[in-house]
Design a protein around this ligand. Structure first.
Ligand SMILES: Nc1nc2c(c(=O)[nH]1)N[C@H]1C(S)=C(S)[C@@H](COP(=O)(O)OP(=O)(O)OC[C@H]3O[C@@H](n4cnc5c(N)ncnc54)[C@H](O)[C@@H]3O)O[C@H]1N2
Ligand code: MOO
Length: 426
């Protein structure tokens, strides 16, 4: 059979095309303790001032500042201690001229007081008298109501990822339960007669199915719910039926393998038979040039390469923004950082190349080093990689010391490096 010619598109066009294919995810309300790394489905406004009352930031004495006017070592002021409170208590007394209330960090400032002096700065004459040897100004050491944030302030945005700081805010404002986007269910099917289960012994010609587990791990990190739906042999009918039935059980389906031009690469013909609308099946990139995507009745089917590194890169570049867009995330891409290339990378780049690499810091200067074997089929390079160096298509080799754009695998970015896209064949 003649090989069908594929339309090759630049990386940014493939990214745009998955971003144009967004789908609606429902929301759910979950306990705060389970909300880490989920995406907020609503804006969060503060429900009260923080702090909600004037309070003491120190263990000390609440006083009237004016009572200390002219106080010095030589002429100390003596105050009467009329009450003692810890955090969580409110004194019923009002501080009058010549009086003080002993109070602990976090306690409400009693009526009449307008300053706090720290315990270490007073001498206690006896249990009810203190001596102050300095002038204290009104407002000294008082954390004013609302100084941190005021009621009605928008503090977290819909689409933001819930991190420990966000959890602190949600707890502060009484959100025992949080409205978040439901995780997209991502089905994962590995294709290939050569594939063994992870627990199986190697036999000649076979390899273990690592991609399905790698993709599941990537999906979890992105914020989706992966369902590994098994593996399929290189048989057209079985793969077709497997894909059609898998699609019923997920919001998005990822397959790995079978997207190239080989005798057993059935995915292109399966998309056709299903009547799925092809978005792309050839991208000007390496690895992952055969990464494919098709729309089937509003559901996206990603056909990632079988080659582990190509599969990994395809998931990060295209599945990531697609899922995060549906989650309303504000940062749908990998983080971008300019780094200094630490060693020559002299291969020419007819297509944009995403080189598995390690970004490190020397003082405040980030640099990147390619790691492992730079082949689509390599898996070992994934062990150390924390970034992808982007070498734009149409460039020759890159020399040590060049400034390169780097995508951070642990970073989040709101923009695809479109600037690069416009200047090159990215
Ligand atoms: N004549 C051509 N041959 C190939 C071309 C081409 O343009 N013309 N493209 C090459 C490129 S580039 C890539 S990338 C691969 C893509 O192949 P497929 O995506 O169709 O994947 P497979 O052929 O099924 O497998 C490739 C490779 O990966 C191994 N594999 C597959 N599944 C898994 C898995 N779940 N876990 C681990 N490893 C897996 C598989 O055994 C193969 O070694 O095609 C080139 N060929
Ligand atoms: O799709 Mo392949 O990964 O370009 O080597």
């Amino acid at each position: 059979m003649p090989i069908e010619k594929r339309k090759i598109i630049p990386v940014w066009e493939a990214v745009r095309s998955v971003l144009d294919q967004t789908f609606e995810l429902p929301t759910e309300t979950i306990p705060l303790e389970e909300s880490d790394n989920r995406y907020l489905a609503e804006d969060i406004k503060t429900t009260h001032d923080v702090p909600p009352f004037d309070r003491s930031p120190y263990d000390g004495f609440a006083i009237r500042a004016e009572d200390t006017n002219g106080a010095s070592k030589q002429a100390p002021v003596i105050l009467n201690v009329i009450d003692s409170i810890g955090a969580g208590h409110v004194s019923e007394k009002t501080v009058q001229e010549g009086e003080a209330v002993r109070l602990m960090t976090g306690a409400a400032i009693p009526k009449g007081a307008n300053a706090v002096i720290m315990l270490e700065l007073v001498s206690e004459r006896d249990s009810v008298h203190i001596e102050i040897r300095r002038t204290v100004l009104p407002g000294d050491n008082i954390s004013e109501q609302g100084e941190d944030t005021e009621q009605g302030t928008q503090i977290l945005k819909k689409g933001s990822k819930i991190h420990p700081g966000a959890v602190a805010l949600l707890a502060t404002f009484g959100y025992e339960r949080v409205k978040v986007m439901k995780k997209p269910v991502v089905g994962i099917l590995a294709t290939g007669t050569e594939l063994l289960d992870v627990g199986e012994e190697l036999v000649p010609g076979k390899i273990r199915n690592s991609n399905a587990y790698m993709i599941a791990s990537q999906i979890k990190k992105i914020g989706g719910e992966p369902h590994i739906l098994g593996k399929l042999p290189d048989d057209f009918e079985q793969t077709y039926t497997g894909i059609v039935s898998a699609l019923e059980r997920c919001d998005v389906l990822i397959t790995t393998g079978g997207v190239s031009v080989g005798d057993f690469d059935h995915l292109p013909a399966i998309y056709k038979k299903m009547g799925a609308k092809l978005l792309f099946n050839k991208i000007a990139m390496r690895p992952g040039s055969v990464t494919s995507a098709a729309d089937y009745k509003g559901k996206l089917l990603f056909g990632l390469s079988g080659n582990p590194s190509a599969c990994f890169v395809g998931c990060e570049l295209f599945v990531r923004p697609y899922l995060l867009n549906a989650l309303n995330a504000d940062k749908v891409h990998l983080g971008v950082l300019k780094t200094e290339l630490q060693e020559d990378f002299l291969k020419p780049n007819p297509f944009t190349r995403f080189v598995r690499s390690r970004v490190e810091w020397r003082g405040s200067a980030p640099f990147s080093v390619p790691v492992g074997l730079d082949k689509s089929g390599s898996v070992s390079s994934l062990a150390e990689a924390n970034a992808l160096i982007v070498l734009p298509g149409g460039t020759r080799g890159w020399e040590k010391g060049s400034e390169v754009t780097t995508l951070l695998l642990d970073g989040e970015g709101s923009v695809w490096p479109w600037d690069l896209a416009e200047k090159s064949k990215l």
